[in-house]
Write a protein that binds this ligand. Structure first.
Ligand code: FES
Ligand code: FES
Length: 200
């Protein structure tokens, strides 16, 4: 029996779909999208990259976090059309040559998840956190925002990861995983990461 797949909720009769080319994890995707399609839906429903998760779909949980030119965004809150010509990195783009990224390994080693639904967003957010630290960007709990460097404390990690909610409550493991990567990475390793994900 032939079962017809459900039509995409974003392509309907009279669709205003337009061509859009997105560069995701170093690969070019040529898509036909209506201008109203969010980046999250474009990833999940048009490219097959379902690692990025939809939690609240309203900017409150962080499950949909991806990197654009090395900076984290909630992909549910933005339109795909905004990102032509940008470097988009999703959780699928972190592993290379069959090996997990150091953050992915640390989340496993430190039990930084339970059900795993929030994990892709947590890891993308943590990657951006490391790069923000490398660039000397302060957070709301940094004691002196004019300082060039900040102490990599538990308080800083919690504040900088506060946009990513975990309903399983795996926060202790998440903080431990991020701290271990930061403490075990030589400065130049983080710098290489910044360069790799921003292309700058
Ligand atoms: S799904 Fe985007 S913030 Fe929750
Ligand atoms: S591991 Fe289940 S929501 Fe975070």
């Amino acid at each position: 029996m032939n079962i017809k797949p459900p039509a995409s909720p974003h392509l309907q009769a009279g669709s205003l779909a337009m061509p859009l080319s997105l560069k995701i994890n170093g690969r070019q995707y040529n898509l036909q999208l209506e201008p109203r399609v969010s980046l999250l839906d474009a990833l999940r429903e048009y490219t097959g990259l379902t690692g990025t998760k939809k939690g609240c779909n309203q900017g409150a949980c962080g499950a949909c976090t991806v990197l654009v030119n090395g900076e984290r965004i909630n992909s549910c809150m933005t339109l795909a059309m905004q990102y032509a010509g940008k470097e988009i990195t999703t959780i699928e783009g972190l592993a290379a040559n069959g090996s997990l990224d150091k953050l992915q390994r640390a989340f496993i080693e430190h039990d930084g998840f339970q059900c795993g639904y929030c994990t892709p967003g947590q890891i993308c957010s943590a990657l951006a956190l490391l790069m923000e630290f490398e660039k000397g960007m302060p957070s709301a709990v940094s004691p002196d925002i004019s300082a060039e460097k900040f102490e990599f404390s538990e308080q800083e990690i919690k504040e900088r990861m506060s946009g990513n909610i975990c309903r399983c409550g795996a926060y202790v493991g998440i903080v431990d995983a991020i701290r271990s990567v930061m403490e075990n990475s030589a400065k130049n390793q983080i710098h290489e990461t910044v360069h790799f994900y921003t292309g700058r």
